[in-house]
Design a protein around this ligand. Structure first.
Ligand SMILES: [Mn+2]
Length: 491
């Protein structure tokens, strides 16, 4: 049996004593990743089997699990985990840190009974006896498991694996699965590119300016762009909608991803288009009309294929990216530190839409930017979503959406060089419907928005040094109420 476990999961081994949980854990996991009561008792009082130390040991275990989850670290709880309340406590804790919980259930009553018989003649405080031996009689533990089995699937586990025979247990293969946002092995150098919104002329000019060259590609029809020195372009989302050459832009970015010369994250506009095509009764939002129009102008025979490929392309985009050993994070609307490298509905929502409470009233910009002012993370966060007149660093964050489609500029940030390059928009292709505090193309070049006037410019920040973050697999794409609110504001 293949047991797939996300890299930042909390794993609960579930089963009575004597079914081989600790042996299983020792075989498959690093000892530092496994948390068990005997181990905690040993730490508390040197005696792994001293039952009087169980309360202290349980307290230590809870603290350790919480700390490991806060660090986003893979953790295995090797206990019987037969009590519903204990499981729920661990599930609640994991939810707090956006960690998925995987249950591995050892439904092996025969092994447990055989083990009980082997131990029946021995005193209960013998070193090496793996669990709290005298706490609950074996038959009670077996009964608890039997009760729990049919309900485990509804308790909130990300996945439940069940061993019903010793062979299944012994032949299981563990596969630790990397989260889509974890691209830490990519060290760049990168060219992070702000919201393109279909401005393909400007994108081509910018790529040319950055030294990328157009070349043929085997993976898809047409051309791609490649940098002779192996630089990687990173698109921070919102490549679709609004502009004059949306499908060209999408195909250019797609070809670069296929050629491994670019990475990209989803923006809220990609998600809008995706939801439109996935909806049972699509009602196009005004903001995606331009994309739909371009698809309608395609040859009727290929439209279906275009939509299929576009949907697949969006599906393949992570909601954010953790790069360069954790020193660099790309997320469309930015991402606070405790959500970086993780995966949950909240993480996706924040990465694509920003603060869910932010609205488009007089204080909208201030609310949307609150995370920036509070940010103390080590990773540099590069984002877009809210156009600014000029990109500047504040607290290791930098907004590179300079409103190209609204007549501004298309900006790229070179990393690790930390230099910005840009091309001016050929014209304003769309009108920004925002309140007076917000940016307008005619404000350039001298007037800055209220947000920008607060931004401290520091073009040569000391690069962050610590590796950080882990992540988790995808959640349902249902819109929350707050997200709906924010989404509407972005149209
Ligand atoms: Mn956006």
């Amino acid at each position: 049996m293949l047991v797939g476990i996300p890299e930042n999961a909390l794993v609960l081994l579930i089963g009575p004593r004597g079914v081989g949980k600790s042996r299983f854990a020792a075989r498959h996991f690093d000892p530092g990743q496994v948390v068990s009561l005997p181990q905690m008792r040993k730490m508390v009082c040197d005696q792994p089997d001293l039952l009087e130390a169980t309360n202290d040991a349980a307290e230590l275990q809870a603290l350790l699990v919480e700390m490991r989850l806060a660090w986003g670290r893979f953790t295995v709880v090797d206990s019987t985990n037969l009590r519903f309340r204990n499981r729920q406590n661990l599930l609640t804790l994991a939810r707090k840190f956006h960690a998925p919980v995987v249950a591995i259930v050892f439904d092996l009553p025969e092994s447990a009974r055989a083990h009980g018989e082997r131990l029946s003649g021995l005193p209960s405080f013998l070193p090496g006896i793996p669990d709290n031996l005298t706490v609950e009689p074996l038959e009670e533990q077996l009964a608890s498991l039997k009760d729990a089995l049919p309900r485990l699937g509804q308790e909130g586990f990300h996945r439940v694996y069940l061993f019903s025979t010793p062979e299944e247990r012994d032949q299981a293969e563990i596969q630790i699965q990397k989260l889509p946002c974890n691209r830490k092995e990519h060290q760049g150098p990168f060219d992070l590119i702000g919201d393109v919104h279909g401005c393909c002329d400007e994108l081509e000019s910018l790529l040319g300016l950055l030294g990328y060259r157009r070349e043929a590609i085997a993976e898809c029809p047409g051309f791609t762009w490649r940098h002779p020195e192996g630089r990687i372009a990173v698109f921070v989302g919102d490549i679709l909608d609004r502009g004059p050459r949306i499908l060209d832009t999408y195909r250019l970015v797609r070809s670069m991803i296929l050629a491994r010369t670019a990475l990209a994250v989803q923006g809220n506009h990609e998600l809008k288009v995706y939801r439109h095509f996935k909806a049972a009764k699509p009602e196009p939002r005004p903001s995606i009309l331009q994309t739909l129009r371009e698809i309608e102008q395609e040859d009727p025979g290929t439209q279906r294929e275009t939509i299929r490929e576009l949907v697949e392309f969006i599906e393949g985009l992570p909601h954010h990216l953790v790069l360069d050993g954790g020193r660099l994070v790309a997320a469309h609307a930015g991402l606070r530190e405790d959500l970086q490298g993780r995966d949950s509905a909240l993480v996706r929502n924040q990465a694509l839409f920003g603060d869910a409470h932010a609205r488009f009233d007089e204080e909208s910009d201030a609310t949307r930017m609150e995370w920036v002012h509070q940010y103390r993370g080590r990773a540099l966060v590069v984002y877009g979503h809210t156009p600014v007149t000029e990109s500047a660093i504040l607290n290791r964050t930098i907004n590179i959406d300079t409103g190209c489609v609204f007549g501004g500029r298309l900006t790229a940030l070179r990393y690790p060089e930390m230099a910005t390059h840009f091309v001016e928009a050929q014209k304003a292709y769309a009108v920004q419907r925002r309140s007076a505090t917000e940016w307008h193309s005619q404000d350039r070049p001298n007037k800055k928005s209220p947000i920008l006037s607060r931004v401290e410019t520091n073009r040569n920040p000391e690069p962050p040094t610590d590796a950080n973050g882990q992540c988790v697999p995808g959640q349902s794409p249902d819109l929350t109420d707050s997200e709906r609110e924010t989404d509407r504001g972005n149209e």
